[in-house]
Design a protein around this ligand. Sequence first.
Ligand code: GLN
Length: 202
Amino acid sequence: MKVGVLALQGDIREHFQALQECGVNPIAVRRPAEIEEIDALVIPGGESTTIAHLAATFGVFDLIQDRIRAGLPVYGSCAGMILLADRVLDAIAGQRTFGGLDITVRRNAFGRQVDSFESDITIAQLGTPAMRAVFIRAPWVEDVGPGVEVLASVKAPDGRNHAVAVRQGACLATSFNPELTGDNRIHRFFIAEVCKLAKPIK
Ligand code: GLN
């Protein structure tokens, strides 16, 4: 199974390390031929507007969107979650996303009060102990469509509960950056549970 890490901007190296610790040998992908041959994709944390801009510059924006629509297993952390969201609040003018998750996210939602927010979150699918989640200028989920499974929520600085880990079929996303904390359970879950939905490449 070829797992690609979208290598345009962001914490690419950290995702590489997390995946390697899960026994996967990932490949860096940024060109059309590379995107065409992967069986799964990780979209790193970073800056969603920059990643989208660079994906268009490298001529892979539409290709990634098409492959996600066709069922490519994909995991997005933080900026990656924004890029997988069908709807974005507080986007910059003209900001595009690949989509795939029937969710609305609010960009920089935690960042307006504080730049970094940490919380221990429980994800039933990952067992115990709770996961230390680090949110860096992170989005939160404002609403989810009926087909979306909420894996974790936190009481956010606005006093409301917001989903911060969601899954819809082969699309998995977290508002936080597990690649930065050394807890690889999200990556393991992606490899073991989400990637098994991979379809053969036509
Ligand atoms: N604020 C960033 C964005 O809008 C996301 C931050 C992150 O990925 N840590 O893309």
